[in-house]
Design a protein around this ligand. Structure first.
Ligand SMILES: [Zn+2]
Length: 94
């Protein structure tokens, strides 16, 4: 496992983080971070569970519960606004 992915796992075990936060903390592009996150989502490691804290529309509060993609949704299906928080991710011990 790369040291980058190991560092990412440690950050996600501390507290939930968005892909943007991870990119800043790890000095990587958000695209690179999302690539590693998609691997962690599929294979978080024995004893770990990958959690997604859903994106939320900042305008009406709609929560994107059913969404399992890792990127930020572009538009709210209820109010059509485009100001939407990024989903956040965490690793929890099973
Ligand atoms: Zn909305």
């Amino acid at each position: 496992m790369s040291t980058l992915r190991q560092a990412m796992k440690e950050l996600l075990a501390e507290q939930p983080r968005s892909s943007l936060e991870l990119s800043q903390l790890l000095s990587q592009s958000e695209r690179e971070v999302l690539d590693h996150l998609s691997h962690l989502a599929r294979a978080p490691g024995p004893g770990w569970r990958f959690q997604i804290i859903p994106a939320v529309c900042k305008h009406c509060g709609f929560i994107f519960r059913k969404r399992d993609r890792l990127t930020r949704p572009s538009r709210c299906p209820l109010c059509q606004h485009q100001s939407i928080s990024r989903p956040r991710f965490a690793l929890e011990k099973k």
